[in-house]
Every structure is written in structure tokens, then in C-alpha cells.
Design a protein around this ligand. Structure first.
Ligand code: SF4
Ligand code: SF4
Ligand code: SF4
Length: 376
């Protein structure tokens, strides 16, 4: 704010009054002004640009003068926005900055700093989240986890996730790859095979990748007539059969659902990152449904696939008074025969088939029925 130029005011008394007022105001402002915050500019130290790279590694820093508190232990990670009175860069960093490498080209300098600070030696699992042909809803579930997703991101080296950055990955080895969507185009199939070849563990992310999903409905219709709904002239348009990713590559684990469940993602990721394949318990949707105190839809003669479907979704559909349609897939121990018999009075066989087509359940169901007959 500009102050009035008091030198133009003629009387000495007025000048004195004005000077006094200005001095008082300035005094008050100084008193109200909050302590200046200093942030550690991690970016300038590591020379990396993305948020993930900023967070990369346990950059050692400590607060020197924290009033009334003991000096925090060394090795603490200072977050990007944490206000601290004064930051002292550890000796190694200072030395790294004094190092002749500073005069080297920027790229080499950054590498030297990273090596000196040990950033390069920290083993973080390399993870890629690859999306084939999909609605990307499962990736949105991850973003919906908000800070908790960023916490996960801090614990890994994320080399590919197009929702966040459009960066080409470096084709190096991967500890874990998560695949969303169907391999519909030839390019999709190639991408899928390429990431599989580089990954120790591959997990399907959602119903499309694991079971064919909504796009698989097309397989049950007459192919040509379906495509005409989309394209006026179908000459030259490729219309391949929709196949789950396990038709092309080995799948180690499935995050089921359409979309996946964010809590389940956080629950099973630590094991997957260690290279282990977790096991989702064989529990029906009914278990969570009853725990929530819902009145069973079947008792109201409303169809629900809950008893034969793998739980873990917190029974969202029956809780909203909609029958489960099986987006998480069949339970290993669920009985289709019993389910069909239960639903007989509530829906025709055709209606039953139609519901099983929504999330690509139909082919799994037919296969299991054959198995059940053989076991008889
Ligand atoms: S599983 Fe559902 S949410 Fe996920 S990509 Fe497929 S259609 Fe979208
Ligand atoms: S409403 Fe569906 S999920 Fe819930 S208990 Fe009944 S059959 Fe099971
Ligand atoms: S209730 Fe059934 S359809 Fe609904 S989210 Fe759960 S498994 Fe999927």
C-alpha cells in the first residue's frame, strides 16, 4: 500500500500526527505478519521435475532451529510443504554441490548429486500402470484415493501412468505391471506382450482386463449387425472378438470389479510389490451384504447373483437395492447349479443369460458348469 506523501502538507503539527499514525500502522502490520516460511526446494537438489521424482528417495534434511522442540532425527523426510525455520542441507549434499561435477553439463551434475546422496541406490519397485482399450474407470479409482494414492506412488518408481504424465517409459525391467482394459487392437496386443516380457509380476486391473467386461457383450451378438450401430460403412473396419488378457499373457493376480475397489488395491499392493501373489478369500458378496444388515433381495423375489460372486466390493449393489450382476467374477467354490435353481422363479433362462453377458461372466459360467457336470 502506498502512503501519502506527507512532505506536501504544510503544517508541522499535521506532519507529526500523520507520521505517528503511519508508524503505528506499520508497527501493527509487522506484529501481525506471520513468520516467513521456508520450503526445501527438493526439485533444485535432485534436478528432477515431476512430483514423483521430487519425492523420490529419502532426501536427508533436518530442521536446525525448531523452537521448543528437540531437533528431529536425521534421516527424516521433509515434505514439500512442511514449514521449517531453517533447512540445512546435509554435508554430503553441500559437498556434492561444491564438487567439480557442478561445472559439468546439467545432466551429469544431477546424476552426481543423486549418486552422492544415495538416491540412485535406493531400491524401489518399478511399477507400470498400462491401459489398453478401456473406459479408464479403474485408473480413476486410483486417483480417487487421493493422498493415499500419492503415498503409494512415493513408495515405488512409477514409470508409466498416462493419467498423470504422458511420459514414455524407458523399456527397463519392471517389478510389477498393472494392466487395465482389453487388448483390442494389434498395438494393444503388442504392448501387453512387451510389458509381460519385462515384468516379474503382472496383475489385471478390473473386469475388462480379467473377464472381457462390458465390451465382451459384442461377442454374444451377431458381430456384423452390432458394428453397424457404430459405423455406417463397415468396410475396412476391424471387428475382432473381445478376449481377456490371459488369452495372450500369463496373469498372476486379478484386481476384480468394474471398477476395481480402491481399498482392495491398497490392501494387496504391498504383497505384490514384494513379488508375492496374494489370495483373495473365497467369500460371497452375501457375507458383506448381511454384515451391512441388508434385507436379502432374494427374499423379495428380486434376482441377485451375490451367493456365487466373489465378495470384496462391500456389497455396493445390494446395499443400493440392486441385484449383484457379478462384476467381480465367480467364486471358486460358488455353485452355479444352486444359483440357477434359486433364480428359476425370478427370471427366465434368457434373462439369466443376458445378465451374465454384462460383465463377461457368461463364458466363465459355461466353463464352470461343464466342470460341475463332469465332477458329478
Ligand atoms: S473394468 Fe469397468 S471401470 Fe474398469 S476399465 Fe473396464 S469398464 Fe472401465
Ligand atoms: S441381497 Fe444378494 S448379496 Fe445380499 S444376501 Fe441376498 S443374495 Fe446375497
Ligand atoms: S455387488 Fe456384484 S455387481 Fe455390484 S460391485 Fe459387487 S460384485 Fe460387482
Amino acid at each position: 500500500m502506498k502512503h501519502k506523501n506527507i512532505s506536501n502538507i504544510k503544517t508541522g503539527a499535521k506532519k507529526r500526527v500523520l507520521r505517528k499514525k503511519i508508524a503505528e500502522r506499520t508497527k501493527k502490520k509487522v506484529a501481525r505478519k506471520p513468520a516467513k516460511r521456508k520450503h526445501l526446494d527438493i526439485g533444485s537438489l535432485t534436478g528432477k521435475k515431476s512430483l514423483f521424482d521430487h519425492i523420490k528417495g529419502s532426501l536427508v534434511a533436518f530442521s536446525k532451529k525448531k523452537e521448543g522442540k528437540s531437533i528431529p532425527e536425521e534421516g527424516r523426510i521433509i515434505s514439500m510443504n512442511e514449514p521449517v525455520k531453517e533447512i540445512e542441507i546435509p554435508i554430503v549434499l553441500k559437498e556434492a554441490r561444491k564438487n567439480p561435477a557442478k561445472k559439468a553439463p546439467a545432466k551429469k551434475r544431477k546424476k552426481a548429486v543423486a549418486e552422492e546422496t544415495g538416491l540412485m541406490n535406493l531400491p524401489k519397485p518399478r511399477v507400470a500402470i498400462v491401459s489398453l482399450t478401456s473406459c479408464e474407470g479403474c485408473q480413476f479409482v486410483l486417483l480417487d484415493l487421493g493422498e493415499r494414492f500419492f503415498e503409494f506412488v512415493k513408495s515405488v518408481e512409477l514409470v508409466d501412468f498416462r493419467m498423470v504424465e504422458d511420459q514414455e517409459d524407458d523399456n527397463l525391467q519392471l517389478d510389477l505391471v498393472l494392466v487395465e482394459g482389453n487388448p483390442v487392437t494389434e498395438e494393444n496386443v503388442e504392448t501387453l506382450k512387451r510389458v509381460r516380457a519385462r515384468a516379474k509380476v503382472l496383475a489385471a486391473l478390473g473386469n475388462c482386463a480379467a473377464m472381457g467386461g462390458v465390451p465382451e457383450i459384442k461377442n454374444y451378438q451377431k458381430g456384423k449387425s452390432t458394428i453397424k450401430h457404430v459405423y455406417k460403412y463397415i468396410h475396412g473396419i476391424s471387428n475382432p472378438e473381445i478376449k481377456e488378457i490371459d488369452n495372450f499373457v500369463k496373469v498372476d493376480f486379478v484386481f476384480p470389479g468394474c471398477p476395481i475397489d480402491g481399498e482392495e488395491f491398497l490392501k494387496y499392493m504391498p504383497e505384490l510389490l514384494k513379488g508375492n501373489v496374494p489370495q483373495i478369500p473365497d467369500q460371497a458378496v452375501c457375507l458383506e451384504c448381511r454384515k451391512k444388515g441388508n434385507k436379502c433381495l432374494l427374499l423379495e423375489k428380486k434376482p441377485c447373483f451375490g451367493p456365487m460372486i466373489l465378495g470384496g466390493c462391500d456389497a455396493v449393489c445390494p446395499t443400493a437395492r440392486m441385484g449383484c450382476q457379478g462384476c467381480r467374477g465367480l467364486r471358486p467354490e460358488g455353485s452355479i447349479k444352486v444359483m440357477r435353481a434359486t433364480l428359476k422363479s425370478m427370471m427366465t433362462d434368457e434373462e439369466f443369460e443376458n445378465v451374465t453377458e454384462i460383465y463377461g461372466l457368461r463364458d466363465d459360467l459355461e466353463e464352470k458348469e461343464k466342470k460341475e457336470k463332469k465332477e458329478k
